[in-house]
Ligand binder design. Structure first.
Ligand code: GLN
Length: 228
């Protein structure tokens, strides 16, 4: 049976932070989203069982380096600093950091964030790049969840939020009186991550990703969660 095959193939533990729609979020007691579906499809390709673990975003890399988890899929941006501790797979999505402000805000470009109070999700590339503006008197407020930053903005506690584009769209849709600026703050790409040096698993993931791209399955998963 399929179950027996998977048991024989072993189990993969994938870590994520399921506060990041449409890539990973909770729905009906399950973790769903683009990354969750891609991870399940990768495990299927490899004939392995998959377990998804939901942890804080800034615990993901430590969990990989300690060997507690096999791989991460968390809308994780390929980043030079992270490459010191993990290896990234081939990329599977283009992404960007976007700026959310109140609909009537005077902030219109990334440059306008200088001197303002900006909310980010702790440990993300948004945090990393907005922190560079601290030299220009920008104050960075760090939240555990991206949506908490958006709520603080909505309540007038902060001036802007810098967060990935797709969750930005979801959060702005769920909240009145906010908009996303046209100009992106950064351009990025997402990949899966494994413990540095785990080339055996990395090669398997890249092989599975290649098949999912070629078969159209990857596009199918994305289309399920993001309307073109
Ligand atoms: N893409 C961002 C990063 O890699 C945010 C990811 C996330 O919050 N899940 O830091």
């Amino acid at each position: 049976s399929e179950e027996e095959t998977k048991a024989a193939g072993g189990k993969l533990i994938m870590v994520t932070n399921a506060e990041f729609p449409p890539y990973e979020y909770h729905e009906g007691g399950e973790i769903v989203g683009i990354d969750a579906d891609i991870a399940r499809a990768i495990a299927d390709e490899l004939g392995m069982e998959l377990e998804i673990e939901d942890i804080a975003f800034d615990s993901i890399i430590p969990e990989l380096t300690s060997g507690k988890a096999d791989f991460a899929m968390a809308g994780m941006t390929v980043d030079e600093k992270r490459k010191q501790s993990v290896d990234f797979s081939d990329t599977y999505a283009k992404a960007s950091q976007r700026i959310i402000v109140k609909s009537d805000s005077a902030i219109a470009t990334p440059d306008d964030l200088k001197g303002k109070v900006v909310g980010v999700q702790q440990g993300t590339t948004g945090d990393l790049y907005v922190s560079d503006l601290e030299a220009d008197n920008t104050t960075v407020e760090r939240y555990n969840k991206g949506f908490e930053a958006v709520q603080a903005l909505s309540q007038g506690k902060i001036d802007a939020v810098v967060i990935d584009g797709e969750p930005a769209k979801v959060f702005v849709e769920q909240t009145d009186g906010l908009k996303i600026l046209d100009e992106a703050f950064t351009d990025e790409e997402y990949a899966a991550a494994v413990k540095k040096g785990n080339t055996e698993l990395l090669d398997k993931i890249n092989g599975a990703l290649k098949n999912l791209k070629e078969s159209g399955k990857l596009d199918e998963i994305v289309a399920k969660y993001i309307s073109a």
